[in-house]
Design a protein around this ligand. Structure first.
Ligand SMILES: [Zn+2]
Length: 410
């Protein structure tokens, strides 16, 4: 893989060329096979940042090209030996050319999506600025996802009153299948990485919660993942970010989506939280994500489900089958708490899972090891917030995390 950035007027173009051994289909770090649509993308920065450390340019490019790189990656300027070693050890990929010294930085920014998880991070760190990633169309790839209203979301971010920068990029369109999206989950930070010198960043905070970090969330299913290669500090990506002087920080990595939802809805950002990008006036209420988030919200508000979605609808199909489910811990939590769940699209899932308030009580508290892996400059702040606002899991409750997926449906 050969990677080159060109620059001008706050615009950065990335072009990558495959070597003979590379393929246009390859796995993302979570194992999902991805098919490439095109070999270029751009990142529009809000201002011209000047000189950018080569390790930042290389890492930003790596978040885009990693799935399709088989043996080596050649960047357009020398990367530090430390960064090259992180790519070598994390992926078994030879990275070069090598030269120069590593960078470091001090401050923190929040990679802010506008969803409940990143709003919870924002509530915890009220003085930390946002970097928001906004999807824009790619000039060479047709946009069949016009219903995805990234413009509405960027406007909401602008109204939060928080110091924020929005970075616009078409990098999601380098991915043809399964659909446009980040080639690696970390590509959401591409703009923050390119601005990291200008903003003096030593860390980027993400809204990945307990399920994503520790319970095999997303495409991983139902198992404890202490060595999660995407988000553990000692995982491949954690080490690559650290080598570039930008630590991955997961302030809500120890708490479930029930807690992030509660924190988000209790924060000044409440009116600006948005997890669904269909429609402009608010969440659509009819997609699978809206159904899932409504279950969590109804559970924490202790009220019946408000949704037009019935069991026979396509988006509810997976809840008619037996577990395991993605995000199963939150399905258990919701089914145990929502009054009248037996009359909803989750009736069958609730019967399969047999969860109770007691069996899901651990999801209301913080998993202590998640705080220990927050980098030192920010750890005590996170610990104090969790102690005051959430509380920590007992040893028995922590064991629920560490045996997740071993005992079968609880
Ligand atoms: Zn929706």
């Amino acid at each position: 893989m050969r990677v080159a950035w060109t620059a001008g007027d706050g615009l950065r173009h990335l072009v990558f060329r495959l070597d003979a051994e590379d393929g246009i289909t390859g796995p993302c770090t979570d194992g999902q096979p991805l098919r490439m649509a095109t070999n270029s993308c751009r990142v529009e920065l809000p201002y011209e940042p000047g000189e950018i450390h080569p390790d930042l340019l290389a890492l930003a490019a790596w978040t885009v090209v990693a799935p399709w790189t088989r043996r080596r990656v050649v960047f357009d300027r020398p990367v530090s030996p430390e960064f090259a070693a992180a790519i070598g050890e994390g992926w078994g990929i030879e990275a070069g050319p090598v030269g120069g010294s590593p960078r470091s930085g001090h401050g923190l920014a929040i990679s802010y999506s506008g969803g409940a998880d990143s709003a919870a991070v924002a509530a915890m760190l009220p003085d930390v600025p946002f970097v928001h990633f906004q999807r824009v169309p790619h000039p060479r790839v047709p946009n069949r996802w016009a219903h995805y209203r990234s413009d509405a979301l960027a406007r909401l971010v602008g109204r939060t009153g928080r110091e924020s920068v929005t970075v616009r990029s078409d990098l999601e369109f380098v991915l043809a299948e399964p659909r446009p999206g980040y080639p690696e989950h970390h590509a959401v930070a591409a703009g923050a990485l390119l601005l990291a010198d200008e903003l003096d960043l030593g860390g980027i905070a993400f809204g990945y919660e307990l399920g994503s970090r520790w319970l095999g969330g997303g495409r991983y299913l139902h198992r404890y993942t202490p060595d999660n290669p995407m988000w553990a500090p000692h995982g491949a990506w954690g080490r690559a970010f650290a080598a570039a002087g930008v630590r991955i920080v997961l302030p809500v990595g120890g708490v479930s989506e029930a807690v992030t939802m509660r924190l988000a809805l209790g924060s000044p950002l409440r009116e600006h939280v948005r997890w669904c990008l269909r429609g402009t006036g608010g969440p659509c209420g009819t997609c699978g994500k809206c159904l899932y988030k409504e279950l969590i919200r109804a559970a924490i508000e202790r009220r019946p489900l408000r949704t037009p979605i019935t069991a026979d609808r396509g988006v509810a199909r997976k809840w008619q089958r037996p577990p395991p489910y993605g995000g199963q811990e939150m399905i258990e939590y919701g089914c145990a708490r929502v009054p009248g769940i037996e009359g909803t699209a989750f009736a069958k899932a609730a019967a399969f899972l047999g969860a109770t308030e007691e069996s899901t009580a651990w999801l209301d508290r913080c998993y202590p090891p998640a705080v220990e892996e927050v980098p030192e400059p920010w750890r005590e702040r996170v610990r104090a917030f969790m102690a005051a606002e959430v509380g920590f899991m007992s040893e028995d409750e922590a064991r629920r995390v560490e045996t997740w997926g071993l005992r079968g449906p609880s």
